[in-house]
Unconditional design. Structure first.
Length: 83
């Protein structure tokens, strides 16, 4: 059985992000507050087996669009702004 990555678990739990980077809770359908990492990425916390993990918003958005392909070696997602 494959070990799920935290972004996969967040997606399976129902967390969703819009193209504008707004994240919705699957439990209350409310907009989540985001944190910024030291590297400048926005993320939110999601519990996986009782442990809270930061889920990068850009990774969840990429997973929503491309699924497991984002985990392939050498895969890169080009943002609309070119980053």
């Amino acid at each position: 059985m494959k070990k799920l990555k935290s972004v996969e678990v967040a997606y399976e739990k129902g967390y969703r992000v819009t193209g504008e980077g707004v994240v919705f809770s699957p439990f209350s359908n409310r907009v989540l507050s985001l944190m910024e990492t030291t590297s400048g990425y926005h993320c939110f916390n999601c519990k996986v087996n009782g442990v809270s993990y930061p889920i990068p918003v850009h990774r969840l958005l990429a997973y929503q669009k491309f699924g497991d392909r984002i985990f392939e070696e050498g895969m890169q997602v080009r943002h609309l702004d070119g980053n």
